[in-house]
Ligand binder design. Structure first.
Ligand code: 13P
Ligand code: SF4
Length: 305
């Protein structure tokens, strides 16, 4: 079967089984092509809360499939490849947060959405990269523990100097590899380009940017520019822009050898098809008490964000 035939089978199977496919922008272009809803973490969370379908196939990483299950517990939620996980989501043990909260009851714990359901259940509120500043500004506490991403955390802190921030040792292993030299080299090759970067990147890289934002914000910014844009985030964003925008070659991938999230690239069309027909992938199940606790943090994010 060729690729187009497989895509047609997926489209037929979706209809026959009342399945909706959600895909993060970092997925391969073929997956984006057959998805019903695509976007960044915040957009997908908002959509997950509105889902009416019988089954969702989440093309992304495990925490995204868990978020769908937390928000739509009646929906059968399938992660097509069980090993597709975000390494950052698992960097902090929930027990560490529980102990911190016992010792620091006045401090609010803010969890990036890139966390396990078990970690969300221990936190006060979730944020995504596009909603973090807005949400943290609205919190009552003067002291914030921001986990797991110390880079996103310090970017948020810059806009909220009135609060004290505590960071631990979390980071995105993809964006954290970027260096100042990567940016300077790329800028030297494309001196007329502007530079947009994701806030999961290190501070010295963020400082060189003309624009800092989440996936959706980078896409809007890049579309609005007339000339070249250096894109400092996962290469799925450049693939997306190149396919969907005219003059696609004006989008320059920063450090292509570094900015590829292997976990985000694990899902293939075959995996999606098998997940839809019930012959593959992992059905996400959560303990009901844990789900309700994690839901509080996500709902607070959706209300404040
Ligand atoms: P956003 O979708 O919020 O930009 O996050 C990027 C990311 O790394 C997702 O895992
Ligand atoms: Fe996790 Fe980074 Fe991959 Fe996003 S890009 S899924 S934060 S490892």
């Amino acid at each position: 079967m060729n690729k187009q035939e497989l895509k047609n089978k997926i489209i037929e199977a979706k209809k026959a089984t009342n399945t909706v496919i959600l895909a993060h922008t970092y997925q391969e272009p073929d997956i984006i092509d057959i998805a019903d809803i695509t976007g960044d973490s915040f957009f997908l969370s908002k959509k997950a809360a509105e889902i009416k379908a019988k089954r969702v196939v989440m093309c992304g990483v495990r925490f995204m499939a868990e978020s769908v299950k937390i928000l739509s517990p009646e929906t059968e939620t399938i992660l097509p490849v069980a090993t597709a996980t975000c390494p950052m989501a698992e960097q902090i043990a929930p027990e560490r947060v529980r102990k911190f909260k016992e010792e620091n009851p006045e401090t609010e714990v803010v969890a990036y959405i890139n966390t396990t359901a078990a970690l969300k259940a221990e936190c006060d509120v979730c944020v995504t990269s596009s909603s973090a500043i807005k949400i943290v500004k609205k919190l009552q506490a003067d002291e914030i523990l921001f986990i797991p991403d110390q880079h996103l955390g310090s970017f948020v802190q810059k806009s909220i100097p009135e609060k004290k921030f505590i960071f631990w040792d979390g980071f995105c292993p993809v964006h954290a590899q970027l260096t100042k030299e990567d940016v300077l080299m790329c800028k030297a090759e494309h001196p007329d380009a502007v530079f947009a970067v994701h806030p999961e990147s290190p501070k010295e890289v963020v400082e060189l940017a003309d624009m800092v934002g989440a996936t959706s914000e980078i896409i809007s910014y890049a579309k609005a520019q007339k000339g070249k844009v250096i894109i400092g985030t996962e290469r799925g964003v450049v693939d997306y822009l190149a396919i969907n925008e005219e003059n696609g070659d004006r989008f320059i991938q920063l450090a292509p050898e570094k900015l590829c999230c292997e976990d985000m690239k694990k899902i293939t069309l075959e995996d999606v098809y098998k997940a839809i027909i019930g012959e593959g992938g992992e059905k996400v199940e959560l303990d009901e008490d844990l789900r309700k606790k994690a839901l509080k943090s996500i709902n607070r994010m959706l209300e404040l964000g």
